[in-house]
Design a protein around this ligand. Structure first.
Ligand SMILES: [Mn+2]
Length: 318
């Protein structure tokens, strides 16, 4: 299984949760490539290698050159890491073999078997999960072709690199990035991909990318991979974030969310001191088995209170 992820220094911690939970729930050996630039230090790269030792993961790094954005003024307004995943297939990442792209804000909560066969047989360059929340909005904003149609979330993607190159997707991405000057602030790369594909993508099982916003719907019961979309990331919660969440009207998720996540967990990605203390504790725990790591650390990272459980998901089983 070939997996691609992109991160910066501030995402080492959630990245670890994402890939370790994925590895523990997926029994094939993982060939992992992490895309990064200068925003991921050598020290952290070494640390990530240490973290991966207990797992069936071969970790390699692909340092991206931010010059790929040089002729795209709009793209340069955001951190280059936003765009790296959409330019990845233009690099020889996995010797032309199909691969999975995984965001670093995803938690694999049930056993998964990722079957690429149907996707490859479809002849499509991209496989993704529908994003119903934004679909209607996308239609009005970008007026895609009549017949086409469904907006996808770009957190988990199947990529057929050969088809991607054959169809000149990289060039079309550049065209879109030159044409549009204003995209949704929180869905930049996702909007670009949707504009390029316009519905011409393979539809993956929705449970492979269950949004945390659906935490309280039936979907999560069958969810396999939970995606902490937008700002609803437990490791980013600070008092200010909570205030913003309320202002933006997503507070309806608040009370139930509070019940399962400890909202007082320090903002780990933002507070270096806390982050380094936590990382040090992981180092110590590394002497223990992956099962132990999952059993103890993952739960704690997400602030899930043991006594409360997590709907029908029994963390003790993992
Ligand atoms: Mn994400």
């Amino acid at each position: 299984m070939n997996v691609l992820m992109s991160i910066t220094d501030t995402y080492v911690y959630p990245w670890y949760i994402s890939i370790s939970s994925f590895a523990l729930k997926h029994d094939e050996r993982i060939n992992l490539v992490v895309q990064h630039d200068k925003s991921l230090s050598v020290k952290n790269r070494d640390f990530m290698k240490d973290l991966m030792r207990p797992f069936q993961i071969d970790l390699n790094f692909l340092e991206m050159d931010s010059d790929i954005l040089a002729d795209l003024p709009f793209a340069k307004l955001w951190h280059p890491i936003v765009w790296y995943k959409i330019f990845a297939p233009d690099h020889d990442v996995f010797e032309g073999k199909p691969f999975l792209h995984l965001d670093s804000d995803m938690l694999t909560i049930a056993s998964i078997k990722l079957d690429f066969d149907n996707f490859l047989n479809s002849g499509k360059a991209l496989g993704a999960v529908v994003e119903p929340r934004l679909h209607r909005e996308f239609e009005t904003r970008f007026q895609p072709r009549e017949k086409s149609g469904w907006y996808f979330n770009a957190g988990l993607l199947f990529i057929n690199q050969q088809k991607w190159l054959e169809n000149g997707i990289g060039l079309r991405i550049r065209e879109v990035l030159s044409k549009y000057t204003e995209l949704r602030l929180d869905s930049l790369d996702q909007d670009v991909l949707n504009l390029v594909f316009m519905g011409d993508q393979f539809r993956l099982n929705k449970f492979l990318n269950s949004h945390n916003e659906l935490l309280f719907s039936k979907n999560l019961k069958n969810g396999k991979i939970l995606h902490f979309i937008w700002k609803l990331k437990p490791w980013l919660f600070s008092k200010e974030d909570k205030r913003i969440l309320c202002l933006l009207g997503v507070s309806k998720y608040g009370p139930a969310f509070h019940k399962y996540f400890n909202m007082e967990t320090a903002c780990l990605a933002k507070q270096d001191k806390v982050l380094s203390d936590e990382l040090e504790s992981i180092r110590l725990e590394l002497q223990l088995s992956p099962k132990y790591l999952w059993e103890n650390l993952t739960r704690e990272f997400f602030g899930i209170k043991r006594r409360l459980g997590f709907f029908n998901i029994d963390f003790r089983k993992y």
